[in-house]
Each structure stands twice: as structure tokens, then as C-alpha cells.
Design a protein around this ligand. Sequence first.
Ligand SMILES: Nc1ncnc2c1ncn2[C@@H]1O[C@H](COP(=O)(O)OP(=O)(O)OP(=O)(O)O)[C@@H](O)[C@H]1O
Length: 602
Amino acid sequence: MAIIKVMNNNSKKSKIINETNDSDVFASCSFSSLGLHQTLCDQLKERLGFEVPTQVQAKAIPVVLSGRHVLVNAATGTGKTVAYLAPIIHQLQSFDTRIQRSDGTFALVLVPTRELCIQVYEILLKLLHRFHWIVPGYIMGGENRSKEKARLRKGVSILIATPGRLLDHLKNTSSFTHSNLRWIVFDEADSILELGFGKDIEEILETLGTRKDGSPKNSSETSKVSGASRQNILLSATLNEKVNQLAKMSLENPVMIGLHDPKKQSELVRSRMESVKNGADGGLENHGANLGSAVEEYRLPVQLLQRYIKVPCGSRLTVLLSVLKHLFEGEASQKVVVFFSTCDAVDFHYSLISEFQWPPGSQSEAEQRPKFLKCNTIRLHGNIKQEDRRSAFHAFQTEKSALLLSTDIAARGLDFPKVKCIIQYDPPGEPTEYVHRVGRTARLGEKGHSLLFLQPIEIDYLHDLEKHGVVLTEYPLLKVLDSFPLYGLKYQTKKFESFEMHPWVLSLQKALELFISNEFTMKKLAGSAFCSWVRAYSAHRGDLKRIFVVKKLHLGHVAKTFALKEQPSMVTKSMQKQRTNKRKRDLKQQGAFKKRKVFQKK
Ligand SMILES: Nc1ncnc2c1ncn2[C@@H]1O[C@H](COP(=O)(O)OP(=O)(O)OP(=O)(O)O)[C@@H](O)[C@H]1O
């Protein structure tokens, strides 16, 4: 019963991670006492400023050093990256014969996004400063393939990769040596499958010959680490069926770290017993992980203040802008992330925030009027060019005060220092997504707060979160709205039937609509954002369709959230597109295209 033993040991050694004070976040031991080489401990201190390990590092490092397969489940921002990088580096530097570039790749770290790829690579670079013979590298979508090929040909000892690009090189780069591969790490394990990389992962594991038994595919291949078998490591802040799937696919008799609360343990045992009873299993020791199907209780940092804003659809935009204004005017250095459901929505809000001025006035005084929001605004999403994505990511990392508008690209694993507030303007999909999004703040014991926007018709989402032990309180919106001065108008009464009737909201909405209607480019952006937002809303899956019901939306009110006076005709638009396509097809068939070209040349 190795799994249970380890979990019992862990629960004796440490307290639950989600506490606020340092002694609960950090372990009372040193990195060297965990068995790490002194030079590596020095690097952790000098390059990263890490004096002592976090609780999860203290638990995971010895287990990774032992060579067992591991599943680490720990809250966001608890230091999971170093928990696997440090022991891998320790092992690599300790080989009797120094490894060489020509030995190829020893460790592979799979991550779901390009930004996370760069982030892990940068930490790795720092840790390897004094181990120059261990070569770090990364391969990911959007980068130059031939340059990557050249790097792989020369040899990369520790390779960080996104799954699609890795598979591409496994198939097409014959000089990519991986016969010495000893570690495969799945960072943000649940997300890798959620983002649709499932097939790629199966193929990767098949190609690398490491489905569970860990033996290299070709036993005749000489291995630098002969005798040592493959070790697979899975890390995630949330557990769900996807992690279960990946664990079953890749882990053999794993040690579970973080699954130490009694509820999870008994779930694990129960689901194991059921499998045994059904004849599908032989016992706890000999099989892959199974996390059971019970509803998982999420572990969020307790210092995280979680609130929701219940706001009618038509007032969402004005409320968002007001809350942001309140935050940025309240504190000199403020770092906020706002999550949107689509790239178009990010683009629209980015342009709006960058250009909208306040108080409203005539065109002639436009140059003197200040911006409504005085903050450095950055945007990040998948349709931005790779170089711009990279610089946006770095800009938000280094800025002391900034606003990041992003899709879920920024939800997983990204470590932006000092983020104080997370706003989920468009609600997340699965509750796990909620956890990862809010996990960008309140990291490693720091303070942070989060705001979830919900329309009155969506309020049941709170019950879904409650099932996972996540309880939110209501944000004092009225107090915030009342704090804004109105130009020329006075608040008649403090009681409004709905926020839509609040004088501040009314005047701001009017100014926004005027601004959009006068700016052709903005109107176009708003139209595209509206269409993609409705499409994303209707794409909610499974159980969430019960809460996010597109038919219950008043599209006129949705238009108001993009400061449009009326809804753009999505139907007409798509019909027009269909008609144009059909006309083109017909013309092509008749050879009319050619004739027209000849005619034009004349
Ligand atoms: N031992 C340590 N001492 C001080 N700071 C640390 C230590 N370990 C990690 N950190 C810092 O804690 C933060 C969170 O670390 P990391 O990104 O590895 O967390 P994570 O658990 O992987 O989070 P997520 O689940 O969001 O991916 C980072 O800023 C990192 O630099």
C-alpha cells in the first residue's frame, strides 16, 4: 500500500497548503536536506532568491529523486515548477560521465501554452547557470521550425515543448535523439487534455514507447542511464476526469502528492475497491492512478478574497469600466487581469480602453481630455503574432502597474508577479477554469482578490462552485458606483430598481454608445466582438448549458455590452457571406473568373 503510506507520511510532515502565513507555505527544511546538490541549492538562492522549499517542493523533490512515477496536486502558485525541475537537474549533473549534447534529450516537459513554455524555459536557464553541459531548449507552435530542427540536431538535454510541435518533430526531425529519454513531465496536466491535445499525447507516448511500463521502446538502444527506467510526472492544481485519463495512460504505480485529505483518500480507496470488485483491477499497488469520479473540493489560497458581481446584461460594460476605474484610481500600483471568452472581445475592449475619453465633450477639445482609464493596458490572445504575444507576456511580467486583457491563454500556469485582482468578465467554462484563472493572484501566500461577473440569469453558477467548496460573497457594487461624481447631475435617490437605472451607469453608457457610433473602426470591432461572444456563449458544454442559456439572452442588451445601440445582424451577415461564396463558386464553374481577369488586364 505504498500510495497510502506516502500520503500518511506527508500528512504528518506538513499542514494543508492553503494557509496564509509563511510557515504554512514554506517547509521548515532546506533544499540541501532534501538531497539536492549544493551548487543547485546555491543557484536556487542566488538566481531565483529561493531560500527554503515550499511545502509541495519539500514533498515532491525526494519522491522525484527516488525515480517513482508521481502525481502532484497542489494549489495554484505553490511552486510546482521547481518541484520537478530541481530534482531532474540534480540527477543529470550527477551522472558519472558528464552528459553531452550528442546524447540528445533526457527530460521532456510538456506544457499547454507557448507562454508557459517560455516561462519554464527561463526558470530552467537560471537553474542551469553553473551546469553549462546540461543544455535547455524549447519547441513550440509559432516558432521557426528549421531553427528548432537545428537546435534539436545539436542536442537539447532538457526540452520544454507544446504537444503539437513536439509531435511534429518526433515525426519529421530524424536527427532528434530521444533514446536516452528518462523523464516526461506533464505540467498543467488537465489543461493539456482539455485543449484537445489528447490524440497528440497518445501518439507522443506511443512514439516514445513510454506507456506506463516505462521501458525504452528499443531495448538495443544504448542508454546513458542504463538500468534507470522512465519516470513520468504529472502536475495539476485541479483534478478531473482528464487528469485521471492522462494518469491512467502514463503512470505506473504512482506516488500521489497532495491527495492527503481524508475525503480524497477514501474516494481513491473506494474507487479502487470498486474496480477490484468488478474484476478490472488487481489492487492499489500495481496499477495506474485513478482519481475517482467524486466532485473534487478545490484548494484555493485562503487569503484570496473571492467575490461576484451580479449585474444585468445591459450594464456589464459600464460596470466593468467603473470597477477598473475604481481599482486604478484607488491604488498607485495596481495589477489586474480581465478574462474574456474570445479574441475579438479582447481586441474590442483593448481599443475601447485605450481610446475612450472622459468626461465626454466636443471633438475639438479631444486632445486635452484625459482617458477614462489611466493605466497601461496590455492584451494577450491566440490570434496575436508570436513576437507580440511574447512582448505582451514580458511587459505584463515586468510592469509594476498594468491591466492585462486576455483570453484563457493566460489562465494556466503563468506567473505574473504581484497581480492583485482577477476579473472574470466572461464567466469561465468548467469550475476548474475558475480555479486556474483566480490562481493568477494570491500566489505563494500573497494577498489577492477576484471578481466574477454574473448576470442574474446565470447566478446558479455559484451553486456549481459551491459544490467544489468554493464560496463567493457579493461585491458592494452600489457603493462603488455611488462614489463617482456626475457632471451636472445629482443622485436623486440612493435606491435604484436595477443598476441599469443608476445615473452614473446611464450617463457612462450614453457616452460609450456615442463614442462607438462616431468611430467606424470601433463599431466594426464591436460588431465582431458581439458575434463571437454570442457564439462562445452558445458553445458552453454539458451541464453548463443549463446555466448559460443562449435563448435566455436579450440580444439588444448584449449589444449594449459592446456599446452598440442595436444588435448587429448576425443572421444577415452570415447569409450574405453564404451568398457571396455561392456566387463565387458558380462563377468559377462557368469560367467567368478567367474571363473577368482577361478583361481587367485589357
Ligand atoms: N521555494 C520558493 N521560495 C520562494 N519563492 C518560490 C519558491 N518556489 C516557487 N516560488 C515562487 O512562487 C511562485 C509560484 O511558483 P510556480 O509558478 O512554480 O507555482 P505553480 O504551483 O506551478 O502555479 P500554477 O499552478 O499556477 O502553475 C513563483 O513566482 C515562484 O518564483
